[in-house]
Design a protein around this ligand. Structure first.
Ligand code: NAD
Length: 304
């Protein structure tokens, strides 16, 4: 099939590579020429605009940072909608708010195209192995047509409902995952400061309701090793939490825990660490309290 891909970052580049590896014809665009060059080297064709990607494709995947980027690239000037043929499908995989997702989908449907929302769960490692979690929303006929493309990138597929429901699922998920991460850094820092060891806290918490996937899987791989290299950037985690809080507030209730997590992530941004993995939140606590929350070797703790 002829597939287009826009947004070749930490997640998008390996996802696009997996579409190529599955034997599809791939046309790519990113505002970073280096990102495009890497995919061209692997066999993709380069395009200069979203419109050009649309004109060359039956399906166009978008994997961009924020809602405004998706809107600009899909329905803006020289966007995908100007090039895609009737019947073409945009597969929107970024983490954006459901309102923007529905709005863009409505514009496409009026032009005889469609949008399937399929934001992704798990990490950049799963983007490489093609084993992401897919949270799929949209019209059933469009979803059925998009499935062969989606299957190149993910293995756990959850059908969430009509247009925008995949994005609703994703921001709900990330509100929780991120607030848990922030709470972990706070609790562990307090424990170390009070004289406990990381090993002891892990052993005890593993038997109680405090245990969580961030503590079991994510933090031993990065935060506890002092590794803040690109993975899930603080600026993106902060954006996800903000979007979820805005959805809550638009419905008239406060997202107090979410706003506290967002403030923590925004602080990482103002300290110049917005591009670092969220593991850096542990480092910020360490610096504040003059402590270290580290383990010496590779992770020994597994999920129960
Ligand atoms: P990233 O910042 O690494 O990559 C984004 C890419 O989009 C960059 O290459 C950038 O040059 C390009 N881009 C930005 N604006 C553009 C525009 N207007 N036109 C063309 N290209 C443009 O981000 P990422 O980590 O790959 O995340 C992408 C999306 O996936 C985000 O919405 C993020 O929240 C979500 N997500 C990320 C992770 C993760 O672990 N990193 C996991 C799940 C979901």
């Amino acid at each position: 099939m002829k597939v287009g891909f826009i947004g070749l970052g930490v997640m998008g580049a390996p996802m696009a590579l997996n579409i190529l590896k599955a034997g599809h014809e791939l046309t790519v665009f990113d505002r970073s020429p280096e990102a495009v060059a890497r995919l061209v080297k692997a066999g993709a064709k380069a395009a200069a605009t979203g419109k050009e990607v649309g004109a060359a494709s039956e399906f166009v995947v978008t994997m961009l940072p924020e809602p405004q980027h998706v809107e600009e690239v899909v329905t803006g000037k020289d966007g995908v909608a100007e090039g895609l043929q009737k019947g073409g499908i945009v597969i929107e995989m970024s983490t954006i708010d459901p309102g923007t997702s529905v709005k863009i989908g409505d514009v496409l449907r009026k032009r005889g195209m469609d949008l399937v929302d399929s934001p992704v769960g798990k990490t950049s490692e799963h983007a490489v192995t093609g084993t992401l979690t897919l949270m799929v929303g949209g019209n059933q006929a469009a979803i059925d047509r998009a499935m062969p493309v989606l299957k190149c990138m993910g293995t756990d597929t959850y059908f969430c409902g009509g247009p925008g429901t995949g994005h609703a699922m994703k921001i709900t998920n990330n509100l929780l995952a991120t607030t848990i991460m922030v709470a972990n850094t706070e609790a562990l820092a307090i424990g170390i400061k009070a004289g406990l060891t990381l090993e002891l806290m892990q052993k005890v918490m593993r038997t109680t309701m405090a245990w969580n996937q961030q503590l079991a899987v994510a933090m031993p791989k990065k935060a506890f090793l002092g590794d803040y290299s690109p993975g899930f950037a603080c600026r993106l985690a902060g954006k996800d939490v903000r979007l979820a809080c805005e959805v809550a507030e638009a419905q008239g209730f406060e997202a107090l825990v979410g706003r506290a997590a967002q403030a923590t992530l925004d602080r990482a941004g103002t300290m110049g660490m917005g591009d670092c993995d969220t593991a850096v939140l542990m480092k910020i606590r360490e610096n504040e309290l003059g402590i270290q929350v580290r383990q010496a070797a590779a992770p020994t703790v597994t999920t129960t």
